[in-house]
Write a protein that binds this ligand. Structure first.
Ligand SMILES: Nc1nc2c(ncn2[C@@H]2O[C@H](COP(=O)(O)OP(=O)(O)OP(=O)(O)O)[C@@H](O)[C@H]2O)c(=O)[nH]1
Ligand SMILES: C=C(OP(=O)(O)O)C(=O)O
Length: 216
């Protein structure tokens, strides 16, 4: 089965506020863009991914993501936040190709490896709806719906429990840390660097983190 991924991206100026506000005062917008570019590049390199649609109103980010090969979709009219953006993205994809298998993927997975994403999507293909818990075990990094199933996104906060309660199958695959490793805090960032991040994040991370200082 091949998938269309829907990737949400906030305007960079307000993205990654927890990284920006943390003790290290990291450059949120620049990191958010590098994370998104590395996430989308890795997703496009996955054999199970047909294409990637990014939902964003950030024009400069949209141009760079389009140059990688992503389709750029605007936020829904009236906004509505992350879940509205994801539902709108999935609807727009299926307006063009109604039988698409659709999965959302957060834009903050800079360590993402195409092979690990492929194994997660292979598992998801066996269920109407499925999701992958994040590294913290509280949130969600991927939510998938096969043909004919509504996505039903319920992200933000304790979304793992919400997605489970919604009837989606929890994806239980070992050794897919790169798909679970979202980066919200400096501690997360260090964990992603340990896994190995994509080239745009690596170039930016160089010299950004002092190894001697306690994280967060
Ligand atoms: N298109 C779109 N994407 C969003 C929206 N809110 C969050 N996202 C994206 O959803 C994913 C998870 O978002 P969050 O962790 O809530 O936000 P963040 O900017 O990554 O980090 P914080 O500012 O620290 O919360 C990221 O890929 C965000 O860019 C939204 O309203 N619209
Ligand atoms: C939106 C989510 O991610 P984050 O942990 O980045 O807020 C989520 O896990 O539902």
């Amino acid at each position: 089965m091949v998938w269309t991924l829907v990737v949400p991206l906030k305007p960079l100026a307000v993205a990654k506020s927890r990284l920006r506000a943390g003790a290290g005062g990291l450059p949120g917008p620049a990191l958010a863009l590098a994370f998104a570019l590395d996430t989308v590049a890795a997703a496009l390199a996955c054999g199970s991914v047909r294409d990637v649609a990014v939902v964003t109103d950030d024009r400069p980010a949209g141009r760079e993501l389009a140059a990688l090969g992503a389709r750029i979709l605007p936020e829904p009219p009236g906004g509505g936040g992350l879940n509205a953006a994801l539902a709108h993205g999935a609807r727009t994809v299926r307006a063009g190709r109604p039988r698409s298998a659709v999965a959302t993927l957060n834009a903050d997975l800079p360590a993402l490896r195409p092979g690990e994403l492929g194994r997660v999507l292979e598992y998801a293909a066996e269920f109407p709806r499925a999701f992958l818990a994040d590294a913290a075990g509280i949130g969600t990094t991927l939510l998938a719906a096969t043909a004919g199933k509504e996505l039903g996104p319920a992200f933000e906060g304790r979304s793992r429990a919400r997605h489970r309660a919604s009837g989606a199958r929890e994806i239980d695959v070992r050794d897919v840390d790169s798909v679970r490793r979202d980066v919200d805090t400096e501690t997360d960032f260090r964990a992603a660097l340990k896994l190995g991040v994509g080239p745009r994040t690596a170039a930016l991370a160089d010299g950004l983190l002092r190894p001697d200082r306690a994280a967060d």
